[in-house]
Design a protein around this ligand. Structure first.
Ligand SMILES: Cc1cc2nc3c(=O)[nH]c(=O)nc-3n(C[C@H](O)[C@H](O)[C@H](O)COP(=O)(O)OP(=O)(O)OC[C@H]3O[C@@H](n4cnc5c(N)ncnc54)[C@H](O)[C@@H]3O)c2cc1C
Ligand SMILES: *[C@@H]1O[C@H](CO)[C@@H](O)[C@H](O)[C@H]1NC(C)=O
Ligand SMILES: *[C@@H]1O[C@H](CO)[C@@H](O)[C@H](O)[C@H]1NC(C)=O
Ligand SMILES: *[C@@H]1O[C@H](CO)[C@@H](O)[C@H](O)[C@H]1NC(C)=O
Length: 660
């Protein structure tokens, strides 16, 4: 593996050439000298990841490395699925000195991992159960979540931060209950505490959160308890994990689907996979001593490839989020209602300059591109309406998406154990280790468990133990919250001014955005903006720059227009209309980077427009007939004879009518 790394770093051409001859993996190892054990290996890995001149191997080189893994000379581990879990596994395994490949059907984090609530949970909800059921197991979950929360934030400081979350209390019992609960949470967190929680009076609360209603459920606000959790940019963190794994030596490939698993006839052991490159249409085999199935909600479909009668282990549930304009919530404060009148959780969180709102999950079938239903969107709007003094309108919904949570049961566990939110690692078919369940927050610990299981299964010989708890992802090492000032002071970007393109200062919004999205590598993006005349914004009102498209195509395996608008930048999630307007320019730049012809450009535009339709902003909302009539009778009439606040909510339905 070390040889492969060195060769790749000499340049893609060399690798492709040697891979084609099938020899590169057998060359005498250069590694003995630079691979020590223990902490020195951490140092070496860190150096490789934070080398300012490091460039990830090209897609062609990665594919060649996978093709070069033959039955006689297999990879140690092949990971299927490029979500948080799969990329975490690839990074962990490759930094233990193993030879690793990863294939992802669509894009890194195109599944659930880009569709989360973006919270890095410390496990407050487990605490309640731990206390009331005196359940030590639940308390252990809290400890674990708190530990992982701290490490995720430390290891990707540019993409994660602590977020204060306000819990409104409408009677004094709630005040005491939440205050005591959250104080206990602080206590349990101890050194892993982000910031101390505290109580604010109703007056103070409204100053901090001006849109908070002073009355809810017919009761007046008594005060709020504010506690801290983590927040992240989920898809960028996921892409960062993939790129970090690539820099450390893993052969990661997106737009590559496993279409079948390869089995050894005699032993029945999974020994590899047949892969289809969805960009070229090419199919090839790759071999590994152990295959790790990290396909999230789809992990059963892979288990079925090896055994048609495999008992499903996933019980999918889906969650919908909507994005609202920034004026719904203040910039630095979230709102979480742990229990609404019908017992659901409702939240509103500031994110990348807009507001995300959502509620708890519901059951769902598994689909490739989940879409939110109109009634789910209405439900969220109605739920937040109770806690806000803003007029909540359907027309304000800038984007809305649905994600499928891979809730898992362990097939080897004895029958009727209840579904848990914790992860499952199992090898129910020899050579195929499945890792699923869990959550984003615990991806690193999940990966560690999965790699341990894979090492055991394949009798692999890692060079060192797990290093990921102290390993920063690319762009994180040396990053500082004030790093954006350097970008603001040292770079210019081209701007449109009265119809002319002129150089202008890198404004603070753009500088801050680049610094958070790319960490220490933001300077590389800023240099492209300045030197290649790619400094204009892609969409009015958003800080995303043209230079990012070129940068992501060169350094982050951005292979399609959707890859850019959904995962490299987050425009599709923030505002589908803005994303749609940015598309022609995004495609133009990608066409230059990847040499796309006209028909490919047309295909990209069509596909991206189709994709955006699955994000139900008010522009994209398609109102089914039954819903429409249902609303007419239920909505407007009930709106007319109830209180003023109800009316504010239900006027939405009338706005929709005019919208049609
Ligand atoms: C609504 C919602 C909100 C959430 N909020 C939070 C939160 O705030 N905090 C938190 O910690 N967690 C949260 N979670 C949980 C978290 O998002 C998931 O646990 C996590 O993203 C799962 O990652 P994964 O890698 O296992 O799955 P995925 O991200 O789904 O990755 C699986 C990948 O496998 C690929 N794949 C499938 N089949 C194949 C194949 N045949 N070949 C190749 N590739 C294949 C898919 O394309 C996909 O990209 C939330 C989940 C949901 C649904
Ligand atoms: C609100 O409280 C008033 C007075 O206590 C009561 O008459 C009314 O029915 C309540 N409304 C709701 C919606 O509970
Ligand atoms: C291989 O696995 C299949 C399905 O799990 C099983 O039916 C078959 O008997 C196994 N064969 C051997 C040689 O173990
Ligand atoms: C990629 O996958 C999509 C969807 O499955 C399919 O329509 C398309 O033809 C594939 N492209 C190639 C080049 O194989």
């Amino acid at each position: 593996m070390a040889t492969a790394i060195h060769l790749r770093r000499l340049g893609a051409a060399a690798v492709v050439a040697t891979a084609a001859s099938g020899a590169f993996l057998l060359q005498p190892s250069l590694s003995a000298s630079d691979r020590g054990a223990g902490s020195s290996s951490l140092g070496a890995v860190r150096q490789r990841i934070s080398d300012p001149n490091a460039v990830v191997p090209s897609r062609a080189a990665q594919e060649a490395a996978l093709i070069g893994a033959s039955a006689a000379n297999p990879l140690d581990i092949l990971v299927i699925g490029g979500g948080a879990t799969g990329c975490g596994v690839a990074l962990d395994a490759t930094t233990r000195g193993l030879r690793v490949g990863l294939v992802e059907r669509e894009d890194f984090s195109s599944g659930t991992s880009s569709r989360s609530t973006k919270l890095i949970h410390g496990g407050v909800r487990y605490l309640e159960k731990a206390v009331f059921n005196l359940d030590y197991g639940q308390l252990k979950l809290v400890f674990h979540a708190l530990e992982e929360r701290k490490q995720v934030i430390d290891n990707a400081p540019h993409l994660c931060h602590a977020l204060p979350c306000m819990t409104p209390c409408f009677d004094w019992f709630e005040v005491v209950y939440y205050w005591m609960g959250l104080k206990m949470y602080d206590l349990v967190a101890a050194l892993r505490l982000l910031h101390v929680s505290r109580y604010y009076s109703a007056q103070e609360s409204v100053e901090l959160f001006p849109t908070l209603a002073r009355k809810g459920n017919n009761k007046s606000l008594k005060g709020t308890v504010v506690y801290y959790d983590g927040q992240m940019n989920d898809a960028r963190l996921n892409v960062g994990l993939a790129c970090t794994a690539a820099l450390a030596g893993a052969a990661v490939l997106n737009h590559a689907e496993v279409v079948d698993l390869l089995k050894d006839e005699a032993s029945n052991r999974t020994i590899g996979a047949r892969i289809r490159d969805n960009l070229s249409g090419k199919e090839f085999n790759t071999y590994a001593k152990v295959v790790v199935n990290a396909a999230g909600p789809f992990c059963d479909s892979l288990r079925k490839m090896t055994d048609q009668d495999a008992k499903p282990m996933i019980c999918p549930s889906s969650g919908v989020h909507i994005v609202l304009p920034d004026y719904y919530s203040p910039e630095g404060m979230g709102l979480i209602v742990p229990k609404t009148k019908d017992g659901r959780v409702v939240f509103m969180l500031p994110w990348l300059g807009r507001t995300i709102a959502g509620t708890t999950d519901s059951n769902t079938p598994i689909t490739l591109l989940p879409e939110p239903h109109e009634d789910e969107i209405q439900f969220i709007l109605d739920a937040i309406c109770d806690y806000l003094n803003v007029k909540v309108r359907r027309t304000d919904v800038l984007s809305a998406w649905s994600g499928i949570r891979p809730l898992a049961t362990d097939p080897s566990a004895k029958s009727t154990e209840s579904i848990s939110r914790d992860h499952v690692v199992c090898e129910d078919y020899p050579g195929l280790v499945t890792i699923t369940g869990g959550k984003w927050t615990t991806y690193r610990g999940m990966a560690e468990d999965a790699v341990n299981a894979a090492i055991k299964s394949g009798k692999l010989t890692p060079e060192n133990g797990c290093l990921t708890s102290k390993l920063q992802i690319v762009g994180g090492d040396g990053w500082d919250p004030a790093s954006f000032t350097v970008i603001a002071q040292q770079y210019v970007r081209m701007k449109n001014s009265h119809g002319k393109v002129v150089p202008g200062v890198m404004d603070t919004a753009a500088a801050k955005h680049l610094s958070h999205a790319y960490g220490t590598l933001a300077e590389r993006v800023a240099a492209i903006a300045q030197n290649e005349n790619l400094g204009k914004r892609l969409a009015h009102g958003y800080p995303f720059l043209e230079a990012e498209v070129a940068y992501c195509a060169r350094n982050e395996y951005c292979e399609s227009a959707i890859d850019f608008i959904a995962r490299r930048s987050r425009l599709a999630f923030l505002d589908t209309d803005a994303a749609s307007r940015a598309l022609p320019r995004v495609i133009e730049i990608l066409a230059t980077e990847h040499n796309w012809d006209d028909s490919r450009q047309k295909y990209e535009l069509e596909k991206a427009k189709e994709f955006l339709k699955t994000f139900k902003s008010s522009k994209n909302a398609q109102f089914v007939h039954s819903f429409f009539t249902g609303t007419l009778t239920g909505g407007i009439f009930s709106g007319l004879n109830s209180g003023a606040k109800e009316y504010a909510c239900h006027t939405q339905h009338m706005v929709i009518v005019t919208h049609l």
